[in-house]
Design a protein around this ligand. Structure first.
Ligand SMILES: [Zn+2]
Ligand SMILES: [Zn+2]
Length: 338
């Protein structure tokens, strides 16, 4: 790996969460395109910083998140999740100038500006968040993508209010973060939908007022039974086209479906209904991650209940467990914090 450039921060990784995007990329990767380093929920200790880096110094603890350019209109208006270069900076496996800090090893890095399935990462100040040294870095790792996305969708993108009704389709890490956030903003009812009884049980413990087992119960009918009509919001995390259609069908007039699956939204729906394609819960990591940590410490965002730790060498077992749905949020332990 090259040393950090002027604007880069070399981070020794302590842990990395595994997110569905890592698994999808791994499954769909064309081997002809050569090896890449995935991973985008890293947390670690700053080892070295480039000359222009002011915000962190060696020894600081950091959580890594998605990358943005900092220069475009969206970034400068405080909306880095809508950065015009978002796609290339997070999925392009290269720096903004097209170079690759791992080139000498014959692999491509810079996935989400971090490539955190590794012992070291080249990040920048734009995609890292300094955190207290008193907190366990391995636990904080998954805040950088999945948990931020689920919670941010409810608190930022949809701005769900007290007494509004919400259904969350899919109760994986992103869906459960959305349920915890819905509970925080006092939405009511909060309806979790999944096909895994174990996850539905956890959803109830984390704030869902009702759960629906999609294999046994007619979802639309149950929702109508609970609310007397439809719901104001649906957070769709499954990526299943039938669930997408179902989400629109159970929506109240002026309701919104949040699509967390990479799909684009549309506004061509009757009764003022909308679907929104949401990226990273419209979160600015430097603001939102510290907020989630504060809520966690106050017992209001108990995301530790989703996490299971694995040794780095057991990454394939962690992925298999996540795919089967046995583990909600796998986190790899890569090195010791001190
Ligand atoms: Zn930008
Ligand atoms: Zn992710």
């Amino acid at each position: 790996m090259e040393g950090p450039r002027d604007d880069e921060v070399l981070v020794r990784l302590v842990a990395s969460g595994i997110c569905r995007t890592d698994i999808d990329f791994s499954d769909d990767w064309d081997k002809a395109d050569g090896p890449v380093v995935l991973g985008h929920e890293g947390a670690g200790v700053v080892e070295r910083v480039g000359k222009r880096v002011k915000g962190v110094k060696p020894g600081d603890h950091v959580v890594l998140s998605y990358q943005s350019c900092g220069l475009c209109h969206q970034c400068r208006s405080g909306r880095p999740a809508h950065c015009t270069r978002l796609y290339e900076l997070n999925f392009g496996f290269q720096r903004p100038d097209g170079s690759n800090g791992l080139q000498r090893s014959g692999v491509q890095g810079h996935f989400f500006g971090q490539s955190s399935f590794a012992t070291y990462s080249l990040a920048t100040e734009r995609n890292l968040v300094k955190v207290s040294k008193n907190l366990p870095l391995d636990l904080l790792a998954p805040l950088g993508c999945g948990l931020q996305t689920g919670a941010g969708t409810v608190m930022n993108s949809l701005n769900v209010s007290r007494k509004e009704s919400i259904a969350v389709f899919g109760t994986g890490a992103v869906g459960l973060a959305a349920i915890m956030a819905s509970h925080l903003v006092k939405a009511d009812p909060i309806i979790g939908v999944d096909i895994k009884p174990k996850r539905l049980k956890l959803a109830l413990e984390l704030g869902a007022t009702h759960v629906i087992d999609n294999r046994r119960q007619e979802v639309a009918e149950r929702i109508a039974g609970i609310t007397g009509k439809g719901v104001d919001y649906v957070v769709e995390t499954t990526g299943n086209p039938q669930m997408h259609e179902l989400a629109i069908s159970v929506l109240n007039p002026h309701g919104v479906v949040a699509l967390l699956t990479g799909e684009e939204g549309t506004d061509a729906l009757p009764e003022g209904k909308r679907t929104l394609g949401i990226i990273q819960g419209d979160a600015v990591p430097q603001h939102f991650i510290p907020k989630l940590i504060k809520l966690y410490l106050a017992g209001k965002f108990p995301f530790d209940r989703l996490v299971k730790f694995y040794k780095f060498k057991d990454i394939n077992r962690a992925i298999a467990d996540a795919k089967r749905g046995d583990t909600i949020k796998p986190v790899l332990r890569i090195s010791k914090a001190t």
